[in-house]
Design a protein around this ligand. Structure first.
Ligand SMILES: Cc1ncc(COP(=O)(O)O)c(C=O)c1O
Length: 380
């Protein structure tokens, strides 16, 4: 097999149907969405259709969806934008230690300008203890930021329960739903979510585009100054082809979400069962139940997963150690560190993420190569 891509949580191939839908907005419908002539109106119409496809997946109103350049920008805008605009209400934020760097570093920035942030720890299986969240609340807490699904271990977090704690305490609730949007059902009203970040390139859409859901009535600072785009909140000519691509990707996810989740859960469980049979000392990081359908994250006793990853790469198999944003560094990922693995696993882990185009043949090939690689490392 020439190559096997098992890194869908880092990024996904763009679905052909998404590319098709984008092409007219490069070729003939290239107007600026702010222009009043037909070219402008065509672009504007396409942007509004994309907004409504996204809102349907969130069970939100289209006017509550704002386009951005991706998950990172959405996280920054939500957290910094809300905190700076509402600092007179309080200067305390609660988040967790396993958030994506886009959340952690936005919080770290706020600490440099006078905010205080509590980082709630996780249990060894990556679960969040709701009591710890409740105990972190203070009279001056204005914002919660807890992710929907962890990008490394794939745990799905109980947003409805966290949202209830936020509501009971009059705290605004942001969730980074970059890994779950389009894959696991979301409902901003049932879950009491006020702000939600999502990204296109995790759902078979193009890179460099995403969105932030802002519940009507929640006030955020304007974070890009200039023209009056996105209701005067985020200036800059809209990336029409990218937004159209995100909209199509969201529409496809909406029609396929259930079936795709079932297929991926089946394939992922098969992968894990076979891995346990073939690889002695293999350990699953995170929960098996309540996990992103295509995600596995494993460590192997006394085996450095970084060298496994490099050997797999030589065989054309693409996986990730930690998150893509943390890859390349020798430091263990903060998420894996937070699980406090027994020392024989050495804080090293591989994330295998399956997606829409993964086949059983690719999984069988990966299992065969993995066994060969681990046997060689173990001197067998
Ligand atoms: C949980 C999570 N949040 C945010 C991001 C950043 O999204 P983007 O790549 O669109 O900036 C990622 C990307 O890996 C992610 O997994």
């Amino acid at each position: 097999m020439e190559h096997v891509y098992l890194d869908y949580s880092a990024s996904t191939p763009v679905d052909k149907r998404v590319i098709e839908s984008m092409l007219p907005y490069f070729r003939s419908k290239y107007g600026n969405a702010s222009s009043i002539h037909k070219f402008g109106r065509d672009a504007k119409g396409a942007i509004e259709r994309a907004r409504s496809y996204i809102s349907m997946l969130l069970k939100a109103a289209p006017e509550e969806v704002f386009f951005t350049s991706g998950g990172t920008e959405s996280d920054n805008w939500a957290i910094i934008g809300y905190a700076l605009k509402n600092s007179e209400k309080g200067k305390h934020i609660v988040t967790s230690v396993i958030e994506h760097p886009a959340v952690i570093k936005a919080c770290k920035y706020l600490e440099t300008v006078g905010f205080e942030v509590s980082y709630v720890d996780v249990e060894p299986d990556g679960k969040l203890d709701l009591e710890k969240i409740r105990n972190a609340v203070r009279p001056d807490t204005i914002l919660f930021s807890f992710m929907h699904i962890n990008n490394e271990i794939g745990n799905i977090y109980p947003l409805e329960d966290i949202g209830n704690i936020a509501r009971e305490n009059d705290i605004v609730f942001h969730t980074d739903a970059v890994q779950g949007f389009g894959k696991v059902a979301l409902d901003v009203n049932r879950m009491n979510i006020d702000l939600l970040s999502l990204s296109s390139h995790k759902i078979y859409g193009p890179k460099g585009v995403g969105a932030l859901y802002i519940r009507s009535g929640i006030e955020l600072g304007r974070h890009i100054h200039g023209g009056s785009n996105e209701k005067n909140m985020r200036a800059g000519t809209e990336n029409t082809p990218g937004i159209v691509g995100l909209g199509t990707a969201a529409k496809l996810c909406r029609s396929e979400i259930k079936k795709e989740a079932e297929t991926l859960t089946g394939l992922r469980n098969y992968f894990w069962e076979r891995m346990q049979e073939d690889i002695p000392g293999v350990k699953l990081n995170g929960l098996l139940e309540n996990r992103l359908p295509g995600n596995l994250n494993t460590s192997i006793m006394d085996v450095d997963m970084e060298s496994v990853l490099l050997s797999l790469d030589l065989h054309g198999i693409a996986v990730s150690s930690g998150s893509a944003c943390a890859a390349g560094g020798v430091e263990p990922s903060p998420v894996i560190k937070a699980l406090k693995l027994p020392p024989e696993y050495g804080d090293s882990a591989i994330r295998w993420t399956l997606g829409r185009f993964t086949s059983k043949e690719e999984i069988d090939y990966t299992l065969k190569i993995l066994k060969e690689v681990v046997d060689r490392i173990n001197g067998l």
